[in-house]
Write a protein that binds this ligand. Structure first.
Ligand SMILES: Nc1ncnc2c1ncn2[C@@H]1O[C@H](COP(=O)(O)OP(=O)(O)O)[C@@H](O)[C@H]1O
Ligand SMILES: [Mg+2]
Length: 376
């Protein structure tokens, strides 16, 4: 039950999901034509939402597939991945169903310890491996179970770049071997660390090279987003003027999460919306987040902090080492600024967008960007 149509968490239904029609069609076509998909975009553009939307649409179209979503963001090793995959399968195939019973018997053969989380009641597994071979056998058995279903299975791994942090050797090669041989599973590999993901899937010599269809998710079209926003106000008999909608889309840079958040805040005011209301709502968001933003100052070096403020004040910077930029903000030498930019990018505080012509830097978090611009 959603009372505010501008959701800021997860996926609700197609009614609350703006556009992405072309991307949805593309992924569904991939699924239907036996192709795996790699989905890349900056954080909070809407990758997870899109996967869940694709699953929903596949269900509506009555495609004969099971869908499985596995978020591996929190996994630190191949063991964790195996465990997370098995837990997702337990949730997707409940014990009362026939497939659930089959899965449980396969699982029991792998001799895990099964417990239930005391708060959420979610199943939790622990595998006890005697050897590396046993470990790999367990993961392979999970894939093989999915592969053996007469229905096809779409398996989405979210935050897939995480596998590059695993301590085990040859994780990529191992996964590639498994995924390649599973004819009944269509994979979606999703990730926000562009460099890591792009290297994994587009560098010759890497196991996953050229094995999937690449989809880079951009921003939602401005006109479609404007239409979506106005529609949801008029659905409940309220209005928002064009000027307000344009300001929202501009100020949030159409970065989906931030646009949704501001719309949510504005909608919560419960009135017909004009520009002063939007601006006040934006200000409310910034003041609410300010104590959280202030902590960055403690976590960053002085050089990094000053560089971040300078980029926030510019909005976007393409010539990060130009004399004009360095002098305007008095932020030190080319070498120091370059190093600061690199580590800010590493920490995902800066977002580099490379268009064909130039590389542009912005503060990743749109609200932080406006707050820095205002406060310093
Ligand atoms: N097409 C969309 N229409 C409306 N809201 C969306 C859309 N895509 C994503 N969102 C919302 O934006 C936020 C960020 O999306 P998410 O899918 O989590 O991004 P990502 O996985 O790329 O980090 C979420 O709150 C989600 O509900
Ligand atoms: Mg996500």
């Amino acid at each position: 039950m959603v009372e505010n149509p501008f959701i800021v968490k997860g996926y609700e239904s197609a009614d609350f999901f703006c556009d992405r029609d072309a991307e949805t069609a593309e992924i569904i076509a991939n699924i239907q034509n036996g192709r795996d998909t790699t989905l890349i975009s900056p954080r909070k553009y809407g990758k997870t939402g899109l996967i869940l939307h694709v699953f929903e649409m596949a269900k509506k179209k009555r495609l004969k597939i099971d869908t499985l979503y596995v978020d591996i963001y929190a996994t630190l090793s191949l063991d964790d991945l195996t465990k997370t995959l098995a837990e997702s399968m337990l949730r997707a195939f409940p014990e009362r169903t026939s497939v659930g019973k089959m899965f449980l018997s396969v699982l029991k053969g792998l001799r895990p310890t099964l417990t239930y989380d005391s708060i959420s009641g979610a199943p939790q597994l622990q595998f006890n491996y005697g050897s590396v071979a046993e470990k790999e056998y367990t993961l392979k058995s999970l894939f093989e179970f999915l592969n053996s279903r007469d229905k096809g299975v779409v398996l989405a791994f979210d935050e897939f770049q995480q596998i590059s942090e695993y301590p085990e050797k040859n994780v990529e090669a191992l996964l590639r071997t498994y995924t390649q041989s599973m004819r009944n599973i269509r994979f979606i590999f999703c990730g926000s660390k562009k460099r890591l993901m792009a290297e994994m899937f587009t560098s010759a010599g890497r196991p996953f090279f050229s094995s999937t269809s690449l989809l880079t998710l951009g921003k939602i079209d401005g006109e479609k987003y404007a239409e979506f926003i106005k529609q949801h106000f008029s659905n409940v008999g309220r209005s928002i003027d064009d000027e307000s909608v344009a300001w929202i889309l501009h100020w949030t840079r159409r970065h989906t999460f931030y646009t949704q958040s501001l719309c949510n805040e504005v909608f919560a005011q419960g009135v017909n919306v004009t520009l002063p209301i939007v601006k006040a709502a934006a200000q409310d968001i910034l003041s609410r987040e300010s104590s959280y933003f202030l902590q960055y100052r403690e976590l960053l070096t002085r050089q990094q902090w000053l560089t971040l403020i300078a980029i926030a004040k510019e909005g976007k910077v393409s010539k990060i080492t130009s004399a004009a930029f360095l002098q305007k903000y008095g932020i030190g030498s080319i070498t120091n600024v370059r190093r600061a930019v690199e580590s800010l990018q590493e920490k995902e505080l800066l977002l580099a967008s490379d268009t064909k012509e130039k590389k542009e830097y912005r503060v990743y978090d749109v609200f932080l960007s406006h707050w820095l611009e205002q406060e310093f």
